[in-house]
Design a protein around this ligand. Structure first.
Ligand code: GLP
Length: 241
């Protein structure tokens, strides 16, 4: 793993965006792996600036998001479909037809999950997967005890995750209880993985995932097995390394 410790959250975004841009420039038709949450927002801001002044061309890119809530109207402003559209597709000028989010509103969720894995494969796989990390060490919505071999599937959200994400909703009752998420096995097939974390509340998860034993209790620790894993954190998130 390559670990980069930056002085502040914006620098995390700048360094990580440079890595994304490097991978995208080397690929003929880049396939981006997108994450939601606040952690990657600085990456998207820096990528937007690169696209705006011509340093990066993403017109041929396609993208796959990590996860989606189940039971939330796709038009809800906090559905990951909406969030990805608002924070990535529009600002980066991606072709909306080539930006994919798991279908958490499908009648047959198991088939939707399997179809999502097939779509990633058919696109040639993900070139660079952007990842945040939950305070409990989750990546995507792969909560502690997720199988390292898991594929895109339905998961129950941990109580800790629902509490962490309550800030996006009016009450805890409104936070969905289930999701579709790419599995750890799916994520590990990306050719590069790039995890970003900022702030003191991520410090325990970052330390356990980077320096601790590989354990399904800290799902991000599986990234220790990846050949091209980069972790970019600010000083607060690095405090326990
Ligand atoms: C969310 C997402 C994850 C994200 C994580 C951290 O629930 N499913 O993909 O990385 O939690 O979110 P944040 O970056 O807002 O702290």
């Amino acid at each position: 793993m390559e670990i980069v410790i930056c002085p502040d959250a914006d620098e995390v975004g700048r360094v990580a965006a440079a890595k994304v841009a490097q991978v995208c420039r080397a690929a003929e038709t880049p396939v981006l792996g997108l994450a939601t949450g606040s952690s990657p927002l600085a990456i998207y801001r820096h990528l937007q600036a690169m696209v705006a002044d011509g340093r990066l061309d993403l017109s041929g890119a396609s993208a796959f998001a990590l996860d989606e809530y189940v039971g939330l109207d796709p038009a809800h402003p906090e559905s990951y479909r909406s969030v990805i559209h608002r924070t990535v597709t529009e600002p980066l000028g991606l072709d909306p037809a080539r930006v994919h989010v798991p279908d958490g509103a499908a009648d047959d969720l198991e088939e939707a999950a399997a179809a999502y894995d097939r779509a990633i494969r058919d696109a040639g796989g993900v070139d660079v997967q952007i990842l945040g990390i939950g305070s409990n060490g989750h990546i995507g919505f792969n909560e502690p005890t997720s199988s390292f071999a898991s594929r895109t599937r339905i998961k129950t959200l941990a109580e800790r995750t629902r509490l962490d994400n309550q800030r996006f909703f009016d009450s805890l009752e409104e936070v969905p209880t289930h999701c579709l998420t790419q599995g750890l096995g799916t994520i590990m097939e990306a050719r590069h993985v790039l995890l970003v974390a900022q702030g003191a509340n991520k410090a325990p998860a970052v330390a356990a995932s980077v320096e601790g034993p590989v354990s399904s209790m800290w799902p991000a620790s599986v990234l220790q097995f990846h050949q091209h894993a980069t972790v970019v954190v600010d000083e607060e998130a690095a405090a326990q390394l």
